[in-house]
Ligand binder design. Structure first.
Ligand SMILES: Nc1ncnc2c1ncn2[C@@H]1O[C@H](COP(=O)(O)OP(=O)(O)OP(=O)(O)O)[C@@H](O)[C@H]1O
Length: 215
């Protein structure tokens, strides 16, 4: 006997409750007879579904969409990837692992980097709001002011994963916070901003084709 593959794939989501083994018997006349009470099982399943819809039964616990992977009820490679996939499908490209931020490159513009978001993430504890690169920049900025210590943000990933773009967004938020003027900051990298960024541990070396790059 083999456990159905579909059942295995969905076991973590459904709790394995929606699958039953049925003995199927083929009669001599070619008709099929199901052992056990199939009709009864279908009825019970349908009633249970309706009761869950009406809130009379607890909803099956969803493994998806945790903003912090540390909060996953069950942490393994599968739940971790399922969670990231589920968030990515909702255009939530950022996910925390504690104070680490995972970014999945969307390869398209998302409207989450405008002044409204700069203001929204100004002076919040990490984890208060939906994960965002501005939140990381914000925490570093305020930690620097409060503790009067240099701060370092490490950006790591394979080629094309979005490191340069993420650095852009970090700089955008840091310059906006420092000036409260929401300026871009990228164009003046060799003037005012370079020493400013070095205070944050961002060491940038321009390369052809890039406005700047972290080393
Ligand atoms: N948050 C994002 N939103 C939209 N597009 C993004 C985002 N991050 C990255 N991209 C896009 O992905 C592409 C590659 O990103 P990027 O150049 O930042 O990668 P990289 O990690 O710096 O690559 P390399 O290490 O090869 O220089 C760019 O075209 C960029 O527009």
């Amino acid at each position: 006997m083999l456990w159905p593959r579909v059942a295995l794939e969905h076991r973590s989501l459904s709790g394995g409750e929606d699958y039953r083994f049925l003995l199927r018997q083929k009669n001599l006349d070619g008709s099929i007879h199901y052992g056990g009470s199939l009709q009864m099982w279908l009825q019970v399943t349908e009633v249970r579904r309706r009761m869950m819809e009406r809130g009379l039964l607890p909803q099956p616990e969803s493994q998806g969409d945790h903003a912090d992977l540390c909060c996953l009820p069950e942490l393994n490679e599968r739940t971790l990837l399922d969670n990231l996939r589920s968030r990515f499908r909702q255009e939530k490209i950022y996910t925390y692992v504690g104070s680490i931020l995972i970014v999945i490159n969307p390869f398209k513009f998302l409207p989450i980097y405008n002044p409204k978001y700069v203001k929204m993430y100004d002076n919040h504890t990490l984890g208060d709001l939906e994960p965002h690169i501005y939140a990381v920049a914000d925490v570093a900025y305020h930690a620097m002011l409060q503790r009067q210590r240099n701060q370092c943000i490490v950006i790591s990933g394979e080629s094309g994963s979005g490191k340069t773009q993420s650095t852009n967004f970090l700089i955008h938020h840091l310059t906006a916070l420092s000036q409260k003027g929401f300026a871009s900051g990228v164009e003046r990298i060799n003037g005012f901003y370079l020493p400013f960024l070095q205070r944050f541990g961002l060491h940038l070396t321009p390369e052809p084709g890039d406005e700047y790059k972290h080393a």
